[in-house]
Design a protein around this ligand. Structure first.
Ligand code: ADP
Ligand code: ADP
Ligand code: ZN
Ligand code: ZN
Length: 761
């Protein structure tokens, strides 16, 4: 499709990653959704070409000294990218912000609340920064506004099964007879042969927290009188309170084993000092306001009747209303942003922009429906439309048909993944896509059926009396040997029940989520799956060289980049800057090593193979079987040597799964595995989960995707809503039973889905 030039962003000849000379026009001031199987090239177009070039051009307008503080981008591989507008990228990267960042500070709503307390609280100090836990005027002096303090963990300092003479004190440097040990051993307070477990409460307290009196310590050079001090207090004073920045990484790590985070005894977690906490509005302190769930805070706002406060109250109400509108009304303003999920973080970032009055921007979203129950997708759609209607261009990468259907324009990328993708296979409207002969078109025409035969459980795992976060003393029974789906709206308590309560009781279960794999810049699918050793041996055999040479961590590595393929420049205060290594052209190995081949391919050629091609290349049985697992989890398009750090969350999760496919008798917990998956790949995932169950495993899946829910043998639905209005089990049964359930929201959406009804407005 072609648009009058100024009305469209124009991309010509894009070749980033797998893109095959892609050219397209994207209408401005419209919502354009990019669809296609994962690995087809959607992100390569939207993030790696359009977003990067927009940022690059924007930064080019900044003065040089500012540029020193910004990440540098290399020009994307494309002939031309024209008519760009300023980009706002709203992805699922963790919100970050450190321990001082909360939902309130991130959305700027806390600033409004502080202003309210400064002006209308009583007794008020009148100064807005007196109510900030991030300023010296407002912060609690005991925890510096963190709400938490680090203290010695008495349980970890000692081994209760031993006596002092047997070495009960576990701290390094406290060996039996040492100077530090003598403070206790020579104190005369303890029976040195009595096991700590047999101590009276008074003795235990004396050992950890006692004080008073002197103890004689004997050294080679003579004796020394020292003040007695309990072990926990001494450790906290000398090791925890002291500035530890001068200690080595190793020492700090050693010390951290003996520490525990606890709520600050000074402010009980409120983060503020007593002066700030003395101020109240209608009997509540600012800490009590921010601890309320946002939907409740909205009601409390209504009780402030002072006409002078009207303007501030309205501004706060509008801002809080936006958070509630996007389905996050179950959060509280004091929630640390580090505890938010990727989807929650993304929706919060969105809210900030809805309040902005800048127009003419390009907003770029990465699968914003992640973590959203079908009920809340309609609200997300309204937000995307609101951004457009304010005069912005909105680009969305998305798999959920309910989001795709609001697009003004759709770009379908394919036909398949990796080398089989990289082309635009369709451009047009939702109706046209539904009729199109592409994987996405076919996916949209899929019919939906709840299965009829459910597997019989082999036993059950129970969670009794679960109370984490919002859970209301929940007892859940999870059948073994079958596939169980955990459903419910965002904030209903699914993760609290499974990730926190279930995993604590059944720690041998395998939790497969999308979090980063402790991946160094050198790890790749090949290293992660343990393919490198056998591959290196094959190369060694074929070439008569040492196997070690074929590792980019060894002598065989490119000297210039040390085997990274990129040159990494560390810059203070920001992400390191990476540039392509010209010497090896990103191939990571030295020229000599690249000249050595196995069946006509160098080690670098092999690392460039996609998993799919590698299966054909390596017929050796064990290697072939491992490579096959990558294909089984739908990562056939990934190359063996692609840096793990460049994988999406969904890809990371699937590669973790690939290492698990041979197990039996294990309990697996999968956290929203359809993230990043195209409709046509959902069938692959269902087959994979069936395979796991058939091999005698138990699979528990936290999921919103209705195809997955319908495919489960058993469903545990949490609700009825989010936050304090959730935390209960609303329904358990087979998907067929859920379909008939009168109250379950998930059941309601299953019914709508079955009848082919579109998402509600
Ligand atoms: P999608 O967004 O449709 O899932 P991507 O654009 O992420 O697809 O990926 C398209 C192809 O490019 C895939 O084969 C993928 O493995 C490859 N690719 C993506 N990112 C990188 C990267 N940083 N380095 C090398 N290859 C990449
Ligand atoms: P779901 O997985 O269904 O989206 P969660 O279990 O994540 O729901 O959340 C249930 C409730 O617990 C929500 O009110 C949420 O805000 C709260 N919650 C979840 N994690 C934390 C946390 N780390 N700290 C405080 N509250 C939390
Ligand atoms: Zn404190
Ligand atoms: Zn190099």
């Amino acid at each position: 499709m072609s648009f009058a030039s100024a009305d469209a962003i124009r991309v010509l000849g894009a070749r980033e990653h797998n893109l095959r000379n892609v050219s397209l026009d994207i209408p401005k001031n419209k919502i354009t959704v990019f669809t296609g199987v994962s690995g087809s090239g959607k992100s390569s177009i939207v993030f790696d070409t359009i977003a990067i070039e927009s940022q690059r051009q924007l930064y080019a307008t900044f003065p040089a000294f500012v540029l020193n503080f910004l990440p540098r981008y290399e020009r994307p591989h494309a002939e031309a990218i024209e008519n760009l507008t300023a980009p706002v990228i709203i992805d699922q990267k963790a919100v970050g912000g450190g321990p001082r960042s909360t939902v309130g500070t991130m959305t700027d709503i806390y600033a409004l609340i502080r202003a309210l307390f400064a002006r209308f609280g009583s007794p008020s100090t009148g100064l807005v920064h007196d109510y900030s836990f991030n300023t010296p005027q407002g912060m609690c002096p005991d925890c510096d506004g963190l709400g938490m303090v680090v203290t010695a963990d008495p349980e970890k300092l000692v081994d209760r099964t031993k006596s002092l003479n047997e070495g009960a004190i576990l701290l390094p440097g406290y060996g039996v007879g040492s100077g530090d040990w003598q403070l206790y051993g020579n104190s005369g307070r303890f029976d040195l042969d009595k096991k700590l477990a047999d101590y009276t409460d008074a003795e235990r307290h004396d050992l950890l927290h006692g004080s008073g009196g002197k103890v004689d310590l004997t050294f080679n050079k003579g004796t020394w009188k020292a003040d007695y001090e309990g072990l926990a207090d001494k450790f906290t004073r000398s090791r925890v309170k002291r500035d530890t920045s001068g200690l080595s990484e190793k020492t700090r790590e050693q010390i951290s084993k003996f520490l525990t985070d606890g709520v600050c005894p000074g402010c009980h977690g409120a983060r503020l000092n007593s002066k700030a906490l003395a101020t109240e509005i209608d009997g509540r302190t600012i800490a009590e306001w921010t601890a309320l769930q946002i939907t409740d805070l909205l009601e409390v706002l209504g009780t402030v009747t002072d006409p002078a406060a009207y303007g501030l109250i309205e501004a706060t109400r509008v801002a809080l209303g936006r958070v509630a509108d996007i389905g996050l009304g179950y959060l509280s303003l004091d929630r640390p942003t580090s505890t938010l999920s990727g989807g929650e973080g993304q929706r919060l970032k969105m809210i900030k922009h809805l309040g902005s009055t800048l127009v003419g921007m390009t907003y770029i979203f990465d699968e914003p429906s992640v973590g959203l129950h079908p009920r809340d997708v309609g609200r997300l759609n309204r937000m995307l439309e609101a951004l457009r209607d304010k005069g912005n261009t909105v680009l969305v990468v998305e798999h959920d048909p309910d989001v795709i259907q609001i697009a003004d324009h759709i770009v379908d990328v394919g036909p398949r993944a990796g080398v089989h993708g990289g082309e635009i296979v369709f451009e047009g409207t939702f109706e046209e896509l539904r009729a199109a002969d592409t994987l996405t078109g076919r996916g949209l025409r899929r019919t939906f059926a709840v299965k009829e035969n459910f597997r019989r459980p082999t036993g059950e795992l129970t969670v009794v009396g679960a109370t984490a976060h919002n859970l209301k003393n929940v007892t859940a029974t999870i059948p073994t040997g079958v596939l169980t789906a955990i459903t419910g709206v965002a904030g209903s308590g699914k993760s609290s029940l499974i990730r926190d309560e279930f995993m604590r009781r059944y720690p041998e279960s395998v939790f497969v989520d999308q979090s980063a794999i402790a991946a160094s810049s050198r790890s790749t699918p090949a290293t992660y799956l343990g393919l490198m050793d056998p591959i290196r041996k094959l190369f060694a055999k074929a070439t008569g060289q040492a196997a070690g040479l074929f590792s980019f961590n060894s002598d065989g590595a490119c000297k210039e980049c040390g085997g990274r393929g990129v040159i990494i420049t560390e810059v203070a205060y920001m992400d390191p800057v990476t540039t392509h290594c010209e010497s090896c052209d990103g191939r990571r190995f030295s020229e000599d090593v690249l000249a050595l081949t196995l069946r006509g391919k160098s080690i670098a050629d092999v690392l460039e193979l996609s998993a799919e091609d590698a299966v054909g290349f390596f017929t050796e049985k064990a290697l072939n079987a491992k490579l096959h697992t990558m294909n089984e989890v739908g990562l056939n398009y990934l190359s063996l040597g692609q840096a793990m750090s460049t994988l999406s969350g969904g890809e990371r999760q699937r590669i973790k799964l690939a290492t698990q496919l041979q197990n039996t008798g294990t309990v697996y917990v999968l956290d929203e595995p359809t993230t990043g998956l195209h409709m046509s790949d959902v069938d692959t995932l269902l087959g994979l989960m069936d395979g796991l169950v058939e091999r005698g495993n138990t699979v528990i899946v936290i999921e919103h995707n209705l195809d997955v829910v319908a495919h489960a043998d058993w469903v545990i639905d949490l609700g009825p809503d989010g936050g304090k209005n959730g935390g209960e089990i609303t329904c358990t049964g087979t998907p067929a039973e859920l379909l008939e359930h009168p109250e379950s929201l998930t059941g309601e959406y299953l019914r709508r889905y079955r009848s082919g009804a579109p998402a509600p407005a």
